[in-house]
Design a binder for this molecule. Structure first.
Ligand SMILES: *Cc1c(COP(=O)(O)O)cnc(C)c1O
Length: 387
């Protein structure tokens, strides 16, 4: 019997394809045996092309925030000067982790809704000696995607030795990334975002420069000690008992992604983003992010003045569409639509249709059918663009 499931349009956890759900229900295996070793090898091989690295990827059993913590504590020492480039709630969190472990953090903060400006970062780096720069690839709280390649180039120019640590939790697997080519030092992502699996694994890759920094970094660490993880991985293991069920799921998620093809996965995300953004605008919602760096994985829109969002969203939920609210200072001001992982254009059109139906019921000024048609056209147009 198939049970009805709501259209879960939040930016993680994302909904699981049927075969991924099944993978999570499999019998346990010995995590010190050949089956797990083979599984780890498949995860490595499958993820590397999405990270854009030939280096090893540590598999940690924790939320995405654990991956960010690992990036910090393994490469830095208390007192290190760090530039935290923040464009929203997750950029702030990354900086706070560094502060919690004793780094001396200066911040460059963009107005929420905007991406970070490479010139501003370059200028700030010229004003002091920085050990590391913290960046967010996709700021999930505002729906903005930073131009990481440009930012990394600016950082390399102004501070050739600085470590570049990037939060790619809600972007890797959905959009192109080239860690090695762009000169990024540490990259962290998590299983419940574009990887179509349940929460429980963080995946962290480190450059040669970052691996060297780990030998002298003095921040305290034990569970997240990356050299221990890389060492264990050489023999096909993790240092501690891993979240095996989630590893089964990520393995199946990557199998599905490979069957679809990397270019097709990226194109699908572009199409879903275009459909969401065009559809919401056609429904009279103003998007939160400035147009040039809108995210391909999550869209934030202003709650219109005078709209009782709680009641409006209650009706949306009753129709089995689950949207995300605002985070931090945007609580009650914006709502968000996730379009990453196992999302289809059909699911986005369904979501737009539901929001339209509730809008009509609420007496909002929308033309029946127009938003879905516009969204469908936008998706078709986006699919023709190269990723
Ligand atoms: C989801 C997310 C995180 C944190 O993930 P948790 O698994 O909740 O710890 C960090 N950064 C970004 C950009 C995210 O979207």
């Amino acid at each position: 019997m198939t049970r009805f499931e709501p259209n879960l349009r939040i930016p993680g956890p994302t909904s699981l394809p049927p075969s991924v759900k099944e993978a999570g229900g499999r019998q346990m295996i010995n995590h010190r045996g050949p089956e797990f070793r083979a599984l780890l090898e498949r995860l490595q091989a499958g993820m590397k092309p999405y990270f854009g690295t030939t280096g090893e990827i540590a598999i940690l059993s924790c939320a995405g925030t654990g991956g960010l913590e690992a990036a910090i504590v393994n490469t830095l020492s208390p007192g290190d000067r760090v530039l935290g480039v923040s464009i929203g709630a997750f950029g702030d969190r990354f900086a706070r982790i560094a502060e919690a472990y004793g780094a001396s953090v200066d911040r460059v903060s963009a107005e929420w809704g905007w991406s970070a400006a490479p010139d501003e970062v370059r200028e700030r780096l010229g004003m002091g000696e920085y050990r590391a720069v913290l960046l967010t690839h996709n700021e999930t709280s505002t729906g903005v995607m930073n131009p990481i390649q440009e930012l990394a180039a600016a950082i390399r120019q102004a501070a050739p030795e600085a470590l570049i640590l990037v939060d790619t939790v809600s972007s890797l697997g959905a959009v192109p990334f080239d860690m090695d080519g762009w000169g990024i030092d540490v990259v962290a992502t998590a299983s419940q975002k574009a990887w179509m699996a349940a929460p429980g694994l963080a995946m962290v890759a480190a450059s040669e420069r970052a691996r060297a920094a780990m030998r002298t970094a003095r921040m305290p660490r034990f569970y997240f000690d990356l050299p221990k993880h890389f060492e264990a991985m050489a023999s096909g293991e993790t240092p501690w008992t891993p979240a095996i069920a989630v590893a089964f799921q990520v393995d199946e998620g990557i199998r599905l992604m490979n069957a679809e093809g990397q270019a097709a996965v990226f194109a699908r995300h572009l199409a879903c983003a275009a459909a969401t953004q065009t559809g919401l605008e056609a429904l009279g919602f103003e998007l939160f992010a400035e147009p040039t760096h809108r995210s391909k994985t999550v869209t934030a829109a202003w709650i219109p003045d005078g709209l009782d969002w709680k009641a409006f969203n209650g009706e949306i939920k009753r129709r089995d569409l689950v949207l995300a609210g605002g985070q931090g200072k945007l609580t009650g001001k914006v709502f968000r639509v996730g379009h990453l992982g196992s999302v289809t254009v059909g699911e986005i059109l369904e979501a737009i249709k539901t929001i339209e139906a509730v809008s009509l019921e609420w007496g909002r000024h929308v033309e029946a059918g127009a938003a879905v048609a516009a969204a469908e056209r936008a998706a078709a147009g986006a699919a023709l663009q190269p990723a």
